[in-house]
Design a binder for this molecule. Sequence first.
Ligand SMILES: Cc1ncc(COP(=O)(O)O)c(C=O)c1O
Length: 393
Amino acid sequence: MSDRIYCDNAATSFPKPPDVLAAMQHYAETLGASAGRGAYREAIEAGEMLTDGRRRIARLINAPSPESIVYTLNCSSALNLAIHGVLRDGDHVVATRMEHNSVLRPLHLLLAEKRIDVSWIPADARTGIVEVEAVRSALRSNTRLLCVNHGSNVTGAVQDIASLSSICAAHDALFLVDAAQTIGHIPIDVREWKIDLLAFPGHKGLMGPLGTGGLYIRPGLESTMRPLIQGGTGSISELPEQPEFMPDRFEPGSHNAIGIAGLVASLKWIEARGVDALREHDCSLSAQFLETTQKIPGLTIYGPTDVTRRVAVFSVAIDGLEPSELAALLESEFGILTRPGIHCAPFAHQALGTDVTGGTTRISFGALNTLDDVERCTTALRELAEANATAHA
Ligand SMILES: Cc1ncc(COP(=O)(O)O)c(C=O)c1O
């Protein structure tokens, strides 16, 4: 990848820290066992590795116990577990128009089956930020769930979780936060922010491999939640019922142990740097990107201009160029890897008015991008905007 710059970290982070690959190789070569499925040393060690990962994630988000963390295969499966797990017929849900399809689609299925009602909260057309007051006025006496995308995968907008949490608590609704674009990038405190359910991927800001993710479930809530799937857990195997205790209630089937081995290593990598320092780096990349692109004629950058209200995910457009044409030029002429289109967030693009142009081109920086990478991106955007303006003059 030496002459190529990976700028698609909102999809999955790349490259991964070398220790992640080493831990996966170590697991494959020396353990290989499925946790909880054998009494021999390797299986016990695999179980201990899973517990170690839970402890580290719990510490990272200030969860009260490691058992409140359930491993999933990605953020989508965590969001589905949360949504289908808590909602019952007749419930009302409040969700923002910035949600990803992993929230929109499960809600739409339940809506189509006429089992729930949903109020969609609009977002600012330029930034993607949602007004807290709009959320307050949408909450009803039967609102069971408030779903909020913490950081947008389209504009980078970061919602005001602290304010949203206090109005949610006042209404007795459950608070589900999609931390797909913020975990590992922004400090998260589930206790301070009174978050009931936090869905997260292991493979984006946490720097772990694909196939990892998780759901934090506030202790006490699990008994009211329906597991999506039932099956073997290696615990109380003599009973045909799914165990009620955590995390087994929501973790039937063999784990992605090789992926979790990588995730544990990436969590150590995150701890060694500290999320505050990673946030500072993310803000410095955003600040430089915004400063250098704001003055380029013909180039539009969507999302907040205040770096404290965003992550380093940028939707960009050049007048007269299709999003896929811009992405293709960035790759073929500059070796810059981006993602064009709707980014699995159709309502967010409707909010920006970019649904009619086939979406935008997304440039998303990660922990391993540098200020030099940002400069190469902004230089490329300037050259392409100028060339395009000349061609159309
Ligand atoms: C905001 C948001 N939520 C959820 C997801 C789904 O994550 P995963 O790919 O881990 O299922 C994504 C993925 O890009 C996302 O950006």
